[in-house]
Design a binder for this molecule. Structure first.
Ligand SMILES: [Fe+2]
Ligand SMILES: [Fe+2]
Length: 151
C-alpha cells in the first residue's frame, strides 16, 4: 500500500466519523422509552468521542499537506443507522451501531497497516488509538444487545 492509500483511508475514516456523529446524535434524541435512556446516554457520550476522532483525522490530513473532505464530497453509507420510524425500536439502533463500529474497526485496521508499510508512525499511532476506542464502543453495544435479546 502506498502513501496515497494512507491519505485515502484517512479521508474515508474522516467521512465515516462525521456520518457517525450525525446518526448517533439523531438516535440519541429520537428514541423513546424507559429502557432507551441508557442507550441514549451512551450515544450522546459517543457523539463527542466520534467528533474528536474526526478532528484527529483532519489534523493528521493537514500535517500530510492534505485536506479533510467538505460536505460536497460527502457520500452517505450508514443505511442501517437511520433513526427508526418506530422510535421504541431500540434493537434496530443497537444493530446499526454495531455495524458502524465494525466498519470503523475494519477501516482503522487497514489504516494502521497502510501507515506501517509506509513507515508513517504518527498515522499508525492515531489509527491504533482510534481502533482501541471503537473496540470499546463495540463491546458496550454488544452488552446492550445481549440484554435486549434476553427479553
Ligand atoms: Fe470513531
Ligand atoms: Fe465508535
Amino acid at each position: 500500500m502506498s502513501d496515497e492509500d494512507v491519505t485515502r483511508l484517512l479521508k474515508e475514516a474522516y467521512s465515516d466519523e462525521i456520518e457517525t456523529v450525525m446518526n448517533y446524535l439523531s438516535n440519541a434524541v429520537v428514541l423513546d422509552g424507559v429502557r432507551a435512556e441508557e442507550i441514549k446516554n451512551s450515544l450522546e457520550a459517543d457523539v463527542q468521542e466520534e467528533l474528536d476522532h474526526a478532528r484527529m483525522l483532519a489534523e493528521r490530513l493537514k500535517q500530510l499537506d492534505e485536506q479533510p473532505p467538505g460536505s460536497m464530497e460527502f457520500e452517505a453509507r450508514q443505511e442501517s443507522l437511520q433513526p427508526p420510524e418506530d422510535t421504541t425500536d431500540v434493537p434496530s439502533v443497537i444493530e446499526g451501531v454495531l455495524e458502524a463500529e465494525d466498519d470503523a474497526i475494519e477501516t482503522y485496521k487497514q489504516l494502521a497497516k497502510a501507515a506501517e508499510e509506509n513507515d508513517d508512525l504518527v498515522t499508525e499511532d492515531i489509527a491504533v488509538t482510534l481502533l482501541t476506542d471503537e473496540e470499546a464502543h463495540r463491546t458496550e453495544f454488544r452488552g446492550f444487545r445481549k440484554e435486549y435479546v434476553q427479553d
